[in-house]
Design a protein around this ligand. Structure first.
Ligand SMILES: [Zn+2]
Length: 474
């Protein structure tokens, strides 16, 4: 079945062959292929018209003439051929356009599922207002796609991921082949429930959709059974497929054999080791500096839960040679002590210098995030907690389904911070004020834990939150 990249290839190839060609005859051998209304004037309005442009949206092709346009959908097996007028007609050529030059454009369709519609306009905006086009979502590889809008729609769908990605009203242009590839590259099972997706999952899906579609367009599409070189173009993307049609082949990431299952009636390929169905509910823990957030994490660990500590990961990252070299280049040798980051010196710099803070974050956050994702994927529990002091500031909230914000009364908070880090009141205030206002964090979070009183009071609140979280992953 031709998908967006194949239709794009057909469009680009046809553009080199028929722009400017004038129609002198139209022969329709299978009338049902043409939309019922435009069937009445299809031939009449096309004769005498010249092709001025060929456009595409999703899997639809638009032939633009001087006064009218054809909206064509190839469905399962549709193909266009350019042939000389004298070549005999193949039995599967259902519509033949003859040009003044002696060339013919022939629509070939063994299964007769393709459709054509003539519209009395050449204006793209008006064409896009046709009912079948109006309902289409943004193209999956469009740079204009709004990630928050996409996430808000898909995460409300109580269906399987593959079914949602094939739904052209959500995003247009992804079909069976490329959805399998996108799910694989995103480490998401094709049957994963859409309402379990995090914002980060949605971003990964869109990034991979763009990557896969653009790669396929560059390669001229994928040549498998139903899409062949009708116009003398052979797609080469089949050489780059990771899972589709690769049943039994080793996964490129983990060497497990690629499997084939059926999702929504469609043959679906995946690595069920990399694309796990059961992923944990990811819960971020954040709070103001010195609020005693670590007591919540320690309690969760004592209950047997996994808490991924980004402070620990950040210390590991800080001693890797690649990171040390980047620090030397960006900040200078004086920030490295005994082969590792001088955290106190760096702390003093970034608490007073926003630009330096940004530079440090852009170096370290992507590496930490990658490690956190690895640890989440390796966790076999129902819930996994991720302790991130600057969760919102560093954009780690997109990895989380839910967020817990731990806070303490400001006076207690200052006291704890001064004692913990041996700081003066002024130094403690600088650190507190350098972070996002705790009130904003509380508003953004799904659960709030007041850590101002004794630990018993805190643990009690944590127990209640855990019960609610367990309800969500029943
Ligand atoms: Zn794998």
């Amino acid at each position: 079945m031709p998908e967006l990249p194949e239709v794009e290839t057909v469009k680009e190839t046809l553009k080199t062959k028929i722009i400017g060609e004038k129609i002198v005859a139209v022969d329709v051998f299978y009338e049902s292929m043409i939309d019922e209304e435009s069937r009445n004037y299809f031939k009449e309005l096309l004769i005498g018209e010249s092709v001025t442009d060929i456009l595409r949206y999703g899997k639809y092709l638009f032939f633009i003439f001087n006064n009218v346009s054809i909206i064509s959908h190839l469905r399962m097996e549709g193909k266009y051929f350019i042939k000389d007028i004298f070549e005999p007609r193949n039995i599967h050529e259902h519509i033949v356009f003859t040009f003044e030059s002696g060339k013919t454009l022939r629509y070939h369709d063994t299964r007769k599922f393709g459709t054509m519609k003539l519209v009395k306009t050449t204006d793209l905006f008006e064409i896009m207002s046709e009912p079948e086009l109006k309902k289409l979502g943004p193209e999956a590889n469009s740079p204009l796609i709004d990630i928050n809008d996409f996430h808000s729609k898909i995460s409300k769908m109580r269906i399987k991921l593959k079914t949602a990605l094939l739904d052209q009203t959500l995003i247009a242009g992804l079909g069976n082949i490329y959805v399998d590839e996108v799910c694989y590259l995103s480490n998401l099972h094709p049957e994963y429930p859409c309402n379990y997706l995090t914002l980060h999952d949605s971003k990964t899906i869109l990034d991979n959709a763009k990557y896969v579609l653009e790669g396929a367009i560059k390669a001229g599409g994928t040549t498998i059974r139903s899409y062949t070189s009708s116009l003398g173009v052979t797609g080469r993307f089949q050489l780059k497929l990771h899972v589709h049609t690769k049943v039994g082949c080793p996964c490129e990431k983990c060497s497990s054999p690629i499997k084939k299952i059926v999702v929504g009636g469609r043959g679906t390929y995946l690595c069920d080791n990399c694309q796990k169905m059961n992923k944990p509910l990811v819960v971020g823990i954040t709070g103001g500096i010195g609020c005693g957030k670590s007591s919540v994490s320690k309690y969760l660990i004592s209950l047997g839960y996994t808490v991924i500590d980004t402070d620990v990961i950040s210390k590991e990252v800080a001693s890797t040679s690649g990171f040390i070299e980047s620090i030397k280049i960006v900040f200078g040798d004086e920030f490295i002590e005994n082969g590792t980051l001088n955290r106190k010196k760096m702390g003093e710099l970034i608490f007073n210098d926003k630009d330096a803070n940004k530079k440090l974050n852009s170096l370290i956050h992507p590496i930490i995030k990658k490690k956190v994702i690895e640890e989440i994927n390796n966790c076999n529990q129902k819930i996994v907690f991720v302790d991130v002091p600057l969760l919102y500031e560093s954009g780690f909230d997109d990895l989380c389904h839910k967020v817990i914000c731990v806070y303490a009364n400001i006076d207690i908070n200052i006291d704890r911070l001064m004692n913990r880090d041996n700081l003066t009141l002024d130094e403690a205030m600088v650190r507190i004020n350098s972070q996002m206002d705790i009130e904003i964090k509380k508003q953004k979070a799904h659960f709030i834990i007041d850590n101002s009183l004794d630990l018993c009071y805190t643990y009690n609140q944590v127990d209640k939150v855990i019960n609610k979280l367990l309800e969500m992953r029943k």
